[in-house]
Design a protein around this ligand. Structure first.
Ligand code: HPA
Ligand code: ZN
Length: 337
């Protein structure tokens, strides 16, 4: 089972680049930039990563991101993640970034974007991994501020594939961003949104019906509403589920209580992802391993999850077929269980 999980080619579709900032890198970049460090050492940082809920995590995540100032910082962060992803047999990754987290501190939009996209370009060339970049809007801020950020991104349509929505979910429903999503779609962006992580099924309905998103990030609360599940299955709307994140943020009491297996068995297009791996205790393979163990997923279900990761991606259909063929070849060669 371990060979299957670690070796099978896969895509990652829910990954915040700021959430890959490992404590050691946070401290070294902070020192390099001559900043007062968010934590004195790695151990203190790790001890602080004991969250009660989404908000308590976000408070620490924004504090960590405050060490990122220069293009090189964003480059190093992104390159380190790509190396890790490649080592876990991730062949394609769709990466979120949060420009408002940085522009609010006086870092230029271009500094963030150039650092990330130069690393994506170099990583694609060096490791053969393919990537897409999704710009997330912070939902705790106003739609007006989000619209200003969307406006900034229009000059970089060639480097940004999609628009997403993250940060504090409760009290910031998808419909708050109806105009922004309409504009984003009009400008040709693909759209996704975090919905149903802490928020309830009605937030997922809003993401579908008001924002018209192509994919739901998290979405685990869909199971409260049978009609919603039927709709998600009928339209095969992908859900980017992040098991370790859900446990760390107490969305489920324990991994054994996670509903991923039930979701799969209902025919939902579920994928497994790491969300913020530096904060939640593991990258994508650790997420597969933890959820497999707790829910006793069968080999066929692991293969389905890996296939779903390509099917749910924003790769062109031709590319999806090639990735799935590569996976079939890997399976017949290794015959793993
Ligand atoms: N949810 C909402 N916002 C976030 C997350 C998340 O899991 N990770 C980083 N920003
Ligand atoms: Zn997320």
């Amino acid at each position: 089972m371990k060979t299957l999980i670690t070796g099978i080619p896969k895509a990652e579709l829910h990954l915040h680049i700021e959430g890959t900032l490992e404590p050691a890198m946070m401290l070294s970049i902070g020192k390099r930039n001559g900043l007062a460090l968010p934590f004195p050492d790695v151990e203190t940082a790790q001890k602080a990563y004991d969250f009660e809920d989404l908000q308590s995590f976000l408070d620490i995540y924004y504090k960590g991101a405050s060490v990122l100032l220069h293009e090189q910082d964003f480059y190093d962060l992104t390159m380190a993640y790509l190396k890790k992803a490649v080592s876990q047999n991730v062949r394609h990754t769709e990466i979120f970034f949060d420009p408002q987290t940085h522009t609010s501190r006086g870092v230029a939009f271009e500094t963030v974007l150039d650092g990330i996209t130069n690393a994506l370009r170099d990583g694609e060339k060096t490791f053969g991994i393919s990537t897409k970049l999704i710009m997330c809007i912070l939902r705790h801020l106003s739609e007006k501020e989000g619209l200003e950020t969307l406006e900034r991104s229009l000059d970089y349509r060639d480097r940004i594939a999609g628009i997403g929505l993250d940060s504090s979910e409760t009290g910031n429903p998808p419909e708050k961003f109806a105009e922004l999503y309409e504009r984003a779609r009009g400008a040709g962006f693909l759209t996704v949104a975090h919905a149903g992580e802490e928020g309830h099924a009605d937030y997922i309905w809003q993401a579908l019906k008001t924002l018209h998103v192509r994919r739901i990030d998290h979405g685990v609360h869909c199971m409260e509403d049978d009609t919603l599940v039927e709709e998600l299955v009928r339209q095969q709307i992908p859900l980017t589920v992040c098991p370790l994140s859900n446990i760390k943020l107490h969305v489920f009491a324990s991994m054994r209580d996670h509903n991923l297996k039930t979701m799969l068995r209902r025919g939902l297009l579920v994928t497994v992802n790491s969300d913020d791996p530096a904060y939640f205790g593991g990258y994508v393979n650790e997420n597969y391993l933890a959820v497999q163990k707790a829910l006793r997923l069968e080999p066929g279900e692991i293969v389905t999850l890996a296939k779903n990761s390509f099917r749910a991606s924003f790769l062109p259909e031709e590319q999806k077929k090639l990735r799935l063929l590569e996976m079939e070849r890997w399976i017949s060669k290794h015959n793993p269980t």
